[in-house]
Ligand binder design. Structure first.
Ligand code: NOJ
Length: 531
């Protein structure tokens, strides 16, 4: 057993769009009561912590990441009491709930921005970043490249530009203003008092702007985030902060501080390299980025993922690699978005069960706590006819009844059709089928949980003399597991180093055998061996 306050170090996370998960009242939109009904499902899968995407009132120009009021729940999802009820019901099942804390920006419909833009002398003017010129902070990249020509937008009424790292409808808060800093601590306090177990902190690299920099990862940003952590540590120990910093590992490392900033951080760069490895049938790109990953403090953990609610981001690869990834994984231009690919796991991997399983094997055995994106555990499809990232945020496919068992009303979004649509891919048909993808993933989760080897944050690569076979040792607290994965579509032979030529236990079959000098692996097969 690991220390309970370090629960996140070996937890399985699950990301949910509340709107898309389960509708309880027939209005076609998923809600908190619907999610509450489905907690048993999440418990069956083995989920320890659910991350819910924003449920705050919002004009939904960025699906809720444009917040109009930090202190309530949009009535489409339910009420604060229903949220409390959902959290309690989750806790009864041993499941924790974290939510998005969007610090960097608000919606332009937030009352602070309304006041700020109404008058240069408004007490809220300084809550946002205003300028007479759009020539400031020229070294800052634009994130939503497909739609935003600039990080500055002109405000006619008060005759200045305001700063925004995302859509123009998401003005950036001014974290140089102590009042803003204080406001956001109050926001955190409100939700923690309500019982939430922590936050996935959105877009944290961008809190502070400074001339002559790229306005990312600045020291003053870390200073504020440390304040937020200290505040949580003092009043809400055991609750976590998960860092969304889409950066290279060496730039994410400072977000862990000396164990006094974030508890967890997403490992963005490993993600595209898993897809690279599977397409090339070679593990070297994965190994290279993991070797480049610095060690982190003992009380911290990485968070690994294969997909999430955004496009599969290619920000953390080289230009050449990005072009290659687009060529291989986004053959149609409309599959691209900004610097990424707006598709789900199963269609990306050709709905090939072997590839989907091995990708999950990688996810569940790399250092870090894994996050599953809702629906990927059943191999749900996407709908690229829908704009922006909506195609990967379609209703959860519960069964093959009309509306996929998601709602008795007309769903807020079109459902996925075809091979990966709800008629063919759904929870009902998989949950009791021992050969289903759901059951394979459930099994990986349950094995992972019984092995402390996976709760550390380091790994040791094993040289097998075969570039198609990734092999690594995970070791922690007296438990050791060796993982072999054949990333290619051909049979491969791995050489076994002398120190691993011993009796091992196959964790999937429960059979012991002796590892000899070599090991033959079927295409896309994986082995987890206790040594
Ligand atoms: C990152 C979120 O994941 C994304 O969905 C959102 O658009 C931006 N941050 C802006 O909040």
């Amino acid at each position: 057993m690991i220390n309970q306050s370090l629960w996140y170090k070996n937890a399985v996370f699950y990301e949910i769009s509340v709107r898309a998960f389960k509708d309880s009242n027939g209005d076609g939109k998923g809600d908190l009561c619907g999610l509450t009904e489905k907690l048993d499902y999440l418990q069956t899968l083995g989920v320890d912590c659910v991350w819910i995407m924003p449920i705050y009132p919002s004009p939904l120009r960025d699906d809720g990441y444009d917040i109009a009021d930090y202190y309530s729940v949009d009535s489409a999802y339910g009420s604060l009491d229903q949220l409390k009820g959902m959290i309690e019901a989750a806790h009864q099942r041993g499941i924790r709930i974290i939510m998005d804390l969007v610090l960097n920006h608000t919606s332009d419909e937030h009352r602070w921005f309304q006041a700020s833009r109404s008058d240069r002398n408004s007490p809220y003017r300084d809550y946002y970043v205003w300028s007479d010129t759009d020539q400031k902070y020229k070294d800052t990249r634009i994130i939503f490249l497909d739609t935003e020509p600039s990080n500055w937008t002109w405000d006619e009424k008060t005759g200045q530009y305001y700063w925004h790292r995302f859509y123009a409808s998401q003005p950036d808060l001014n974290f140089d203003n102590p009042k803003v800093q204080e406001e956001m601590l109050n926001v955190a306090r409100f939700w923690l008092d309500l019982g939430i177990d922590g936050f996935r902190a959105d877009a944290v690299p961008y809190l502070i702007e400074r001339e002559g920099t790229n306005c990312e990862n600045l020291p003053e940003t870390h200073e504020y985030l440390k304040k937020l952590r200290a505040f949580m540590e003092e009043h809400y120990p055991g609750r976590i902060l998960l860092c969304e910093a889409n950066q290279y590992p060496e730039d994410v490392r400072p977000y862990f501080g000396d164990g006094d900033e974030f508890h967890m951080g997403f490992h963005f760069p490993i993600m595209p390299r898993i897809y690279m490895a599977l397409k090339k049938g070679r593990y070297e790109d994965m190994a290279e980025i993991m070797r480049r990953t610095p060690s982190i403090p003992e009380n911290c953990q990485w968070c690994t993922f294969l997909r999430n609610h955004d496009e599969l981001t290619l920000e953390m690869v080289t230009e050449e690699e990005r072009q290659w990834m687009w060529k291989e994984y986004a053959p149609e231009p409309r599959m691209k978005l900004n610097l990424g690919i707006r598709r789900r796991l199963a269609p990306l991997l050709d709905n090939d069960r072997r590839k989907i399983e091995i990708a999950n094997s990688i996810l569940f055995t790399l250092p870090g706590s894994p996050i599953i994106y809702y629906g990927d555990e059943i191999g749900m499809g996407d709908n690229i006819d829908l704009p922006d990232r909506n195609g990967v945020r379609t209703p959860m496919q519960w069964d093959d009844s009309p509306n996929a068992g998601f709602s008795t009303g007309k769903p807020f979004s079109e459902l996925v059709q075809g091979e990966l649509g709800y008629q063919n891919v759904n929870v009902a048909s998989q949950i009791n089928d021992p050969d289903s993808l759901f059951r394979a993933i459930k099994r990986m989760i349950s094995i992972r949980k019984t092995h402390t080897a996976f709760s550390g944050s380091s790994m040791e690569w094993i040289e097998t003399g075969n570039p198609a076979v990734s092999a690594y040792l995970r070791e922690h607290d007296g438990d050791a597991v060796v993982v072999f994965q054949n990333l290619s579509d051909a049979v491969q032979v791995a050489q076994i180093p002398a120190n691993f030529q011993k009796t091992v236990l196959d964790l999937f079959t429960d059979h012991s055998f002796s590892l000899g000098t070599s090991l033959e692996l079927r295409p896309y097969s994986y082995l987890w061996l206790q040594v």
